[in-house]
Ligand binder design. Structure first.
Ligand code: HEC
Length: 173
């Protein structure tokens, strides 16, 4: 079972490695340099598959994940403002392979979503999907990377493609 997960995870990883990307529309990596000072959406790291949509992406269900949102999107995530997120919102997720890596805060994989201005990438709900702390791999429009991320985040379309927010926590108390 574990082997199967590892095989699937590495398959997905290599699939995403050869997916087409697009040129940046959102800010460069300095925009999330200080993400550790942002509002932490997940009070405790999540593991397993709390939404039922994770499958083997984001390092799989045995990984530990922590999510942060910058001040522009904090009100929407916490439920004091309505969806959709304002342009300039950044949602960032750290994935750690195991509990020890989480405890040591060692080498998290970062996946990032940046909300663009209305109309910049209608195919992705105006989100730019980004892989890696340096922001090197980005997807908007009909690029392969954008479609890969969007096709799953679409399950959270009612909350602007964002899975984990106050509404999720209310429904899963
Ligand atoms: C097969 C489904 C799936 C795919 C594909 C996917 N994600 Fe996610 N993503 C999730 C789920 C489920 C969560 C909720 C958090 C959790 O369970 O850890 C999530 C959470 C996130 C978050 C935190 C914000 C939120 O929605 O809660 C970011 C940022 C993110 N993903 C970025 C990406 C990027 C970038 C890609 C493409 C490289 C991607 N995701 C591809 C399922 C997916």
């Amino acid at each position: 079972m574990k082997l199967k997960l590892i095989v699937m995870a590495s398959l997905l990883l290599s699939l995403s490695a050869c997916m087409s990307t697009s040129s940046p529309l959102g800010p460069d990596a300095s925009a999330w340099d200080n993400y550790l000072s942002w509002y932490k959406v997940t009070a405790d790291a999540t593991t397993g598959d709390p939404t039922g949509f994770l499958g083997s992406v984001h390092d799989g269900s045995s990984a530990f994940r922590q999510i942060y949102v910058n001040s522009i999107g904090e009100g929407v995530n916490r439920g004091t403002q309505g969806f959709p997120y304002p342009a300039g919102t950044i949602l960032l997720k750290e994935s750690f392979n195991n509990a020890q890596a989480l405890a040591d805060h060692r080498n998290p994989d970062l996946t990032i979503m940046v909300k663009l201005a209305t109309g910049q990438s209608p195919a992705t709900g105006d989100w730019e999907y980004i892989m890696g702390a340096n922001g090197g791999r980005r997807g908007t429009g009909d690029s392969g990377l954008a479609e890969f991320c969007r096709d799953c985040h679409l399950y959270a379309a009612a909350t602007d493609y964002n899975f984990i927010n106050s509404r999720f926590f209310e429904n899963n108390r």
